[in-house]
Each structure stands twice: as structure tokens, then as C-alpha cells.
Write a protein that binds this ligand. Structure first.
Ligand code: ADP
Length: 327
């Protein structure tokens, strides 16, 4: 029979996303509800290796549900890629008596947890926290809704000035491997073109359509591009367009890190609270080495190793809608 979990650790790892604090809060308070001792681990796997671990109480997570970022901080930790690093992490967990881990992060953090749980007898449960929404096996990831709303708000503002000046704007949003932020924010702001990594960008077609629009005096065009588009980011797209259309006013706006910050949306707070709660329940009930997802509004538990990037899986329906509405 599996040993009962009594002391759990919680960490946030990889790219931060708004709503991580709400997830930490849910983990801590659910843990306490189940009479577990809960420990916070600073800066993701780095804190495990550095033994930066402290006990948390209910009041440690007071007044954080509305805050962006993560009170536990996050990091990318090279040492954790090496077996020696993971052994150090394990020794520190043993020393603290921690016998279960909740990892709030993206697919990279989950890959680390897979290795760790295969090597050592510490059950891990993942909570999908990433603005990129690129985790297989969940309809939601913590932070996506806030990030995409931040992008929409910013793009709307750029559109005002774009319309006033009859300009073409190339706006770059986050998404190194995934185009969800670009696709969703682009559709929601009525972008004429959306360039995403999952689709090969046909620059000739884009130039042709813009030149055709220029001929019929449609000078305003909004192009939303994901930073990881196969053609390159906004600057590259602008460079090519300007060369082919020397008379057009083509400007670039890179939204950058504002998309990661800010107070989480109501949806992200709810998702984070729900996932954090179920992550602790999973540890208590013996559903180990899974991550907690939501599919069709039901909780969904998938082995951590299945949470690979769902690259290229952007919905055909949305792509079709985008094409029809943007004409
Ligand atoms: P995210 O979780 O946002 O996708 P990363 O891909 O940067 O972010 O991963 C976060 C951390 O997870 C890495 O810095 C590393 O410590 C750990 N990690 C990622 N992939 C692996 C792996 N294959 N083996 C061990 N640790 C890993």
C-alpha cells in the first residue's frame, strides 16, 4: 500500500503566470484542511536544491489571490537537469520530511517532475500554470485568460491610433511555441492577419493581400504576430512589408512582458483555486505523478509525461473563423 502523504511542498517553476498566487493559496489552505503540513519552496527547483524551504500557514497566503507574479518566486534551474542536482533536491526534501510535491508550472517544469518522480519516491502532482495554454490534456491553464485580456486591451489602444493615422500595425504578442495568445487576441480585436507558429507564414500572400487593400484605399491593417512565428517576430515582418510597400506607414508594437503581469482575471483565479484544491486532494487520495487539468468543465488527471506541448494543435475551427471574419 502507498504511504500516506503528511507533509507537502509547493513550488512555482518556469515562466510565471498571473494566477499562480491563487493556486499557491489553494494548495496551502487545502493542505491545512486535510491536516497536512505545507511547505513553500522558493524559486522553483532552485529552492529545492538550495534548501530554501519554509513552513506555510493559512495566513502566509492571505491577501494574495488578486496579485500577479508568485510570492514563492520562480526560476529556471539548470542544476535540476542533472542527476546530481535532483539528488540534492531529494536530500533536502527528505531532511524536511516532505513526502509530496505540488509543482505549479508549464510543460518544462512537468518534464523535470517526471524525471524526479521516476528517480525518487516523492509523489508529484502538477498544476498547469502558463500563459501559453500549450499543455495537452486541459482546456485551461492558469494565466492564459489574464494574458490574452491584457493583450486585447493593449491592441485596442493601438488600433485607435492606427485608425487615426491610416497605418499598418504589426503587433507582437507572446508565444514562442504556441499561437493561442495571438489567435485569441487577434480574433477578439478584429485583426486582419494573425501569424502563429503552428501555421507556415506565407509572406508572399500577406504582401499581396496588403497591396490589394492599399489599391482600394484600405490603409488600416492590424497584423498580430506570435513571437515564435516561423517567419520571425514583428520586426522581421515589418522589414519585409516595408520593403515591398515603401509608401505605407508600417509600425511595430511589441507587447512583451506586460502580458505576464497584472492582477489575475476572475477566470484565472477560479481555475487556480480549483486546480490547487484538486492537486492536494490527488496527493491525499493517491493519484500521484499526474497533473490536474480541466476538460469539458470536469477535473481531468493525466500522467505528467503526457503533458507534452500540444504544438500544431490549434483548433481548425478558430483558424477558419479567423480567415472568414478578417476579410
Ligand atoms: P516551463 O515550466 O514554464 O515550461 P521551463 O521549460 O523553463 O519552464 O522549465 C522550468 C524548469 O524545469 C527548468 O529550468 C528545469 O529546472 C526544469 N526542467 C525542464 N525540463 C527538464 C528536464 N527535461 N529535466 C529536468 N528538469 C527539467
Amino acid at each position: 500500500m502507498e504511504k500516506k502523504v503528511t507533509r507537502i511542498g509547493v513550488l512555482t517553476s518556469g515562466g510565471d503566470s498571473p494566477g499562480m498566487n491563487a493556486a499557491i493559496r489553494a494548495v496551502v489552505r487545502t493542505g491545512i484542511h486535510y491536516k497536512l503540513e505545507v511547505f513553500g519552496i522558493m524559486r522553483g527547483y532552485q529552492g529545492l536544491i538550495d534548501d530554501d524551504i519554509f513552513q506555510m500557514e493559512s495566513k502566509s497566503v492571505a491577501n494574495i489571490i488578486q496579485r500577479g507574479g508568485t510570492i514563492l518566486k520562480t526560476a529556471r534551474c539548470k542544476e535540476f537537469f542533472e542527476p546530481e542536482g535532483r539528488k540534492k533536491a531529494y536530500d533536502n526534501l527528505k531532511k524536511s520530511g516532505i513526502d509530496g510535491l505540488v509543482i505549479i508550472g508549464g510543460d518544462g517544469s512537468f518534464r523535470g517532475a517526471v524525471k524526479f518522480s521516476q528517480e525518487f519516491d516523492i509523489p508529484c502532482v502538477g498544476v498547469a500554470g502558463t500563459i501559453d495554454k500549450d499543455i495537452n490534456g486541459t482546456d485551461f491553464t492558469i494565466g492564459f485568460d489574464t494574458a490574452v485580456n491584457t493583450a486585447v486591451e493593449a491592441i485596442d489602444k493601438v488600433r485607435d491610433t492606427m485608425e487615426a493615422h491610416d497605418r499598418i500595425f504589426v503587433i507582437e504578442v507572446m508565444g514562442r511555441d504556441a499561437g493561442y495568445i495571438a489567435l485569441h487576441s487577434g480574433i477578439a480585436t478584429g485583426a486582419e492577419n494573425i501569424l502563429i507558429p503552428e501555421r507556415k507564414t506565407n509572406m508572399e500572400n500577406l504582401v499581396e493581400s496588403l497591396m490589394e487593400k492599399e489599391k482600394r484605399k484600405k490603409l488600416v491593417n492590424l497584423i498580430v504576430v506570435a513571437e515564435g512565428d516561423d517567419f520571425g517576430g514583428a520586426n522581421k515582418v515589418q522589414g519585409v512589408l516595408q520593403e515591398k510597400m515603401p509608401n505605407a506607414e508600417i509600425r511595430v508594437c511589441i507587447l512583451g512582458h506586460i502580458q505576464r503581469g497584472g492582477s489575475p482575471s476572475c477566470l484565472d483565479r477560479l481555475i487556480a483555486s480549483r486546480m490547487g484544491y484538486h492537486a492536494v486532494e490527488s496527493l491525499v487520495e493517491g493519484r500521484h505523478n499526474v497533473f490536474v487539468g480541466i476538460v469539458n468543465n470536469k477535473m481531468h488527471y493525466m500522467p505528467l509525461e503526457n503533458a507534452v506541448k500540444s504544438k500544431g494543435k490549434v483548433s481548425e475551427e478558430w483558424l477558419k473563423i479567423m480567415k472568414i471574419l478578417a476579410s
